[in-house]
Design a protein around this ligand. Structure first.
Ligand SMILES: Cc1cc2nc3c(=O)[nH]c(=O)nc-3n(C[C@H](O)[C@H](O)[C@H](O)COP(=O)(O)OP(=O)(O)OC[C@H]3O[C@@H](n4cnc5c(N)ncnc54)[C@H](O)[C@@H]3O)c2cc1C
Ligand SMILES: Cc1cc2nc3c(=O)[nH]c(=O)nc-3n(C[C@H](O)[C@H](O)[C@H](O)COP(=O)(O)O)c2cc1C
Length: 738
């Protein structure tokens, strides 16, 4: 067929690794299917065959408030400047967007990309997919990719002389093998204590299925097929002896109910078997260097890492508060520029006990933890690309995520490395369409890798397959809550320590916040009263980097401009920095003196009014920054303060949005007539939605427009940066400690 393009181009943009993983999987699988093409991160567009490739497949996630990931910002600059309506005239494209419906700007970046590509003359060859992390990305991603393989032969040349019809038929056959499995009913729910050694015939048959799309990755096959340089690694598996002299942490095995499995049922919708990429090879005779608290070389950051000493710690909550909030000060040095409201990334390791227990469960003897390895492979994900000459313990500390929601593809891979038929069936079931409820309840438990492996004792995955399937370990971001004018070279921030108990009674904790809590435990913060600043003299350093003005969530240059600051809980943190900055700016100007009749008044007038809407549960327990807020109010830095208490004894629950509704007339005057900038920080769903509704009501009432128009006005304010939102999905930010 003449109209077939000869090459494809995959462009991806990813903030936390999902889009990259998916894009690279598509690329590797496309290659195996006989298509020719390349895969680039969007910001490398200049070296990509942008106009030459007839087919462009884009995978893009979202960050901030419907913003495109940081590694696509240059590409977006290029697209915005490009006004050539025929630029992509020979291009057909499709988009897979990754988003989260807890954010009101759901999948905005994918939608924007589609519009821009159409404006530049490109044509859609396959309808875009918009996946939702709130529900599980796989629900959309897997079927979208399956369908892509059906559509692709109609627009892109495949190797050889395969006709479109036979190519599609071939793909379908492969899909069927990979994603469908007929099984007999299973009469008992699966749990660790209740395992069977038998598996229905059809399942047994499936487990031996030759998968023609991917390399067969059983240990036997690996031994036979491995190139010389990696064969040494496999010897590890033979020589493994559990280092049982040490007691390792235990996990919380899951109970997997197979209740949804019916007689004669057929498991369908199994996730795609991802193509093996990473290959570990042992570096014999080489010793690992002591990193002395430094990060391993493979950890890459957009700007150099600062090892910032902790100089102060303070506990902001009462001992009986629901959440434990700490404030920490870091010395980043005066050469590092930042503004209040900027965020910075903390590079914390995975919990040491968990890492060791996982390695132990993977049968790595303790003496091997520090053995050097290389990680090699085509299309390695970014977080593994520089993992040369590193140890297993560093890889499990800093390269892979051991604690966030597991991917279905992980369970699918684990099934391939599980010998007990009952366990294998349970693993296949949870990642099938029929097992959706079972998968969702596992997801809600946010099991660690250790929990999963302990649930399936006969599962022994090779470490390189785990490297393929585990998400990247990511930095955690924190908003700067101090002003560089007041505290030169020092950054303050506040965070809730993430610790909680799941519905299944498993104790869980986050990665970065318990780590920061732990390293500062040298200071007796628990035995000191709330809000006492403890100076830290010990040598405690936090590896971090400053992400300057990534989302424009900073103060306007003109100090006259009025501000409305809305931030319950730790959402108040960046605003403490804003207020400290304005207060210091004003004090500096006052100390320098003014001119004219009433110099002091003139200086005061050059600072616009600041309205603050802040909320917490109980005044006596979690009124964060109480002293500072009262001081800002007393000296006029805050002109109007409204406090919402949601769990006051003998009083109704009050939220910030309720106070905004009460102040509707005042706020209209400030926001519309005096052109105030509105900032909101905190929960993306409940609070942000409530505030949005309250602001829309304000416009309906005072501007006399209907709700539709009011919401359009708000969208306009968001895009013109009059209304700035720094939002994080509830689960990811406000943490309940039970
Ligand atoms: C730009 C930006 C600025 C930020 N600023 C701040 C800030 O100033 N202060 C701050 O505290 N955080 C802030 N965050 C959030 C912060 O980055 C981390 O996400 C947070 O501290 C948790 O990190 P962690 O490693 O301790 O927990 P993680 O290991 O990331 O675990 C958090 C996860 O645990 C799960 N979880 C937590 N609680 C529960 C529960 N009760 N029930 C079920 N599941 C639960 C959720 O899946 C959640 O995503 C910011 C985030 C961004 C993107
Ligand atoms: C801080 C933050 C902000 C986000 N903002 C949005 C958003 O505005 N709209 C949206 O649809 N998804 C949003 N998301 C969800 C991500 O796009 C989604 O989790 C995606 O799977 C991330 O993929 P990545 O790992 O490739 O970056 C946000 C996620 C985070 C952590």
């Amino acid at each position: 067929m003449t109209n077939l393009a000869s090459d494809y181009l995959i462009l991806w943009a990813s903030q936390t690794g999902n889009a990259e993983w998916i894009a690279k999987n598509i690329h590797t699988e496309a290659g195996k299917k006989g298509y020719k093409g390349e895969c680039f991160v969007m910001d490398e567009f200049a070296v990509a065959p942008l106009q030459k490739a007839g087919i462009i497949i884009m995978v893009s996630s979202n960050t901030g408030d419907g913003d495109s990931p940081d590694n696509s910002l240059k590409f977006w600059k290029f697209l915005r400047r490009n006004k050539d309506k025929a630029y992509f005239t020979n291009t057909r494209f499709t988009i897979l967007g990754l988003g989260d419906s807890n954010y009101s700007n759901f999948n905005n970046s994918g939608k924007k990309l589609e519009k821009k590509f159409k404006d530049l003359g490109a044509q859609v060859f396959y309808e875009k997919g918009l996946a939702d992390d709130a529900e599980g990305l796989e629900n959309i991603v897997d079927p979208w990719i399956e369908k892509l393989w059906e559509v692709l032969p109609t627009v892109l040349k495949q190797d050889g002389n395969v006709s479109i019809e036979s190519s599609i038929a071939h793909e379908k056959e492969l899909e069927k093998e990979m994603t469908e499995l007929a099984i007999n009913p299973v009469d008992v729910p699966y749990s660790m204590k209740n395992r069977k050694k038998t598996l229905p015939d059809l399942v047994e048959k499936y487990t031996n299925l030759e998968n023609t799309l991917v390399d067969n990755f059983t240990m036997e096959a690996r031994r036979e097929n491995l190139p010389g340089n990696v064969s040494d690694y496999t010897k590890l598996d033979d020589t493994l002896v559990n280092g049982k002299n040490k007691v390792f942490k235990n996990g919380y095995p899951l109970i997997v109910s197979l209740a949804g499995l019916e007689a004669g049922a057929k498991l369908t919708g199994l996730p795609r078997v991802s193509v093996p990429v990473a290959k570990l090879s042992k570096l014999e005779g080489q010793k690992a260097e002591d990193l002395s608290g430094k990060l391993p070389d493979f950890v890459s950051t957009p700007v150099p890492v600062i090892y910032a000493p902790v100089t102060m710690v303070s506990c902001l909550t009462a001992p009986d508060a629901v959440k434990r909030t700490l404030e920490v000060e870091l010395d980043v040095g005066e050469d590092n520029h930042f503004d209040p409201g900027d965020a910075f990334g903390v590079l914390a390791p995975n919990d040491e006990e968990l890492v060791e227990a996982v390695l132990n469960r993977l049968n790595v003897p303790e003496k091997e933890f520090h053995q050097l390895y290389n990680v090699e492979g085509e299309n390695l994900p970014s977080h593994l690309q520089k993992a040369a000459s590193t140890t297993l313990i560093e890889l499990f500390r800093y390269a892979v995520d051991l604690t966030s929601h597991p991917r279905k593809a992980l369970f699918r891979m684990l099934a391939d490395h599980t010998t007990d038929p009952k366990e294998k069936l349970a693993l296949m079931y949870v990642c099938s369409k029929q097992g959706t409820a079972a998968f969702n309840s596992i997801r809600e438990e946010t099991p660690t890798l250790l929990d999963i492996l302990e649930t399936f004792p006969s599962c022994h995955p090779p470490i390189d397959r785990l490297l393929d399937l585990l998400p990247a370990h990511m930095p955690r971001f924190y908003s700067i809550s101090s002003s560089p004018l007041k505290r030169q070279g020092k950054i303050r921030f506040a965070f809730n320590v993430v610790e909680y108990i799941t519905a299944g009674k498993a104790q869980r904790k986050g990665v970065a916040t318990p780590w920061m809590d732990k390293i500062t435990q040298l200071i007796p913060s628990r035995s000191t009263p709330t809000n006492v600043e403890i100076t830290v003299k010990e040598d405690i350093k936090v590896p971090m980097y400053i992400r300057q003005n990534a989302n424009a969530f900073v103060l306007p240059q003109e100090t006259e401009r009025p501000l409305v600051l809305i931030g319950p809980g730790t959402g108040i943190a960046p605003f403490i920095g804003f207020l400290e900055h304005r207060q210091t700016q004003r004090n500096i100007r006052l100390s320098m003196g003014g001119i004219g009749h009433q110099p002091t008044q003139q200086i005061r007038d050059s600072f616009g009014p600041i309205y603050v809407y802040y909320g917490f549960r109980e005044k006596s327990k979690d009124f964060l920054f109480e002293k500072e807020i009262n001081e800002f109010k007393a000296d006029g830095t805050i002109s109007h303060l409204r406090i919402a208490e949601s769990r006051a004894t003998d009083a109704p629950k009050v939220y910030v949005q309720d106070l905004i509704k009460e102040d509707s007339a005042k706020l209209y005057e400030l926001i519309v007539n005096k052109d105030a900038t509105i900032y909101i920080c905190g929960d993306a769903k409940g609070m942000a939605k409530g505030v949005q509704d309250a602001l829309a009501e304000m416009l309906v009432e005072h501007q006399k427009i209907d709700l539709l128009e009011a919401n359009k006005t708000l969208v306009g304010w968001i895009s013109s940066k009059k209304y700035l939102r720094d939002l994080v999905s509830l689960n990811k930010f406000f943490i309940v400690v039970t």
